[in-house]
Design a protein around this ligand. Structure first.
Ligand SMILES: Cc1ncc(C[n+]2csc(CCOP(=O)(O)OP(=O)(O)O)c2C)c(N)n1
Ligand SMILES: [Mg+2]
Length: 303
């Protein structure tokens, strides 16, 4: 068992230069923020995915955080056991599961849900690039409707995007939030708050992927921002029994402030086949998501 340095020794950690991530990879951005906030306190459990590659092959290392590589379906269970082992040794560690969407929403969902129900003292961060990217862009449960993938290559995905953060909220855990790699400060604050809370914490991180979504690498952050500005990705946070739209997204509660969804979609090759009617339908879905969330806020926050 690794032994952790004391909480006082903060250090900037995260991904290292020259690692094998694709240029402008959102996981790289997200992991840097995790490292910056948690420093030496973090121990990271990584199920299979692009991050397994980013971390490199021994004796090289692409990520300077202690990492445990685990099979897909076990991440929630391994993290629970790891935290218990640290507790038994009297050592404090922030045990973080850093998972892809396929790993969390589909293949590893059973142990994720189990750990949440047991209210294990861990943070699960799902870096959602909306497909199984590491094996060649197969559609996952969180791939959006109509997105082209290698398993939905002509008309796009026929099913809806699974709302994993709301599913986790329904587990009645103490902390759930959505975040985006395009808003590092918001994400950092959420990691920080999560680390202060005992019990199960879940952060759903929106992570635009250049090769998977078919856009130029330089646009990762621009596309992440557009997702929020068009209202397609809503930043929210549940803590202390209250659900709130995060400050960055509050402006977009009023649908007149949202940018046209076309601006987000047109930059991505995976949506290049969309017709005007599809775009109209996507806009309606976004309005419905907002209405649903606002209604939930009203219901949950009732005194
Ligand atoms: C049980 C199991 N099934 C399939 C695979 C092959 N596999 C490795 S990475 C990966 C894709 C993971 O997708 P996701 O969790 O979304 O992470 P990403 O690569 O997109 O970051 C798959 C299917 C595996 N390693 N183990
Ligand atoms: Mg993925």
């Amino acid at each position: 068992m690794m032994s952790l340095p004391k909480l006082s020794s903060y250090e900037t950690r995260g991904t290292l230069p020259g690692n094998p991530a694709c240029p402008a990879c959102p996981h790289n951005i997200g992991l840097k923020i995790v490292g910056k906030v948690l420093g030496d306190r973090a121990v990271v459990v990584v199920p299979a995915g692009c991050t397994s590659i980013i971390s490199g092959v021994w004796p090289k290392a692409g990520i300077d955080l202690p990492i445990l590589h685990v099979p897909f379906a076990s991440a929630g269970a391994v993290a629970s056991g790891l935290k218990a082992a640290y507790q038994m040794k009297g050592e404090d560690a922030v045990v973080v599961v850093w998972s892809g969407d396929g790993g969390a929403a589909d293949i590893g969902f059973a142990t994720l849900s189990g750990a949440a129900i047991r209210n294990e003292d861990i943070i699960v961060i799902v870096s959602d690039n909306e497909a199984y990217m590491n094996t060649g862009i197969q559609a996952s449960g969180t791939t959006p409707w109509k997105a082209l993938t290698t398993t939905s290559p002509i008309h796009g995905k026929t099913e809806e995007k699974k709302d994993l953060a709301l599913i986790m909220l329904m587990h009645k855990i103490p902390y759930v939030a959505t975040a985006s790699i395009a808003y590092p400060l918001d994400f950092a604050q959420k990691i920080n708050r999560a680390a202060e809370i005992r019990g199960f914490k879940f952060i759903h991180l929106h992570s635009p992927c250049p090769p998977g979504w078919r856009f130029e690498g330089g646009k990762t952050v621009e596309i992440g921002k557009l997702a929020v500005e068009t209202g397609a990705w809503i930043l929210w946070e549940y803590k202390d029994g209250k659900l709130e739209i995060s400050p960055t997204s509050r402006k977009y509660i009023d649908r007149n402030n949202r940018k046209p969804i076309k601006e987000y979609l047109k930059l991505q090759g995976r949506f290049k086949h969309l017709k005007e009617d599809d775009i109209k339908f996507i806009k309606e879905k976004i309005d419905n998501n907002w209405n649903y969330l606002l209604h939930l806020i009203e219901t949950l926050n009732k005194p």
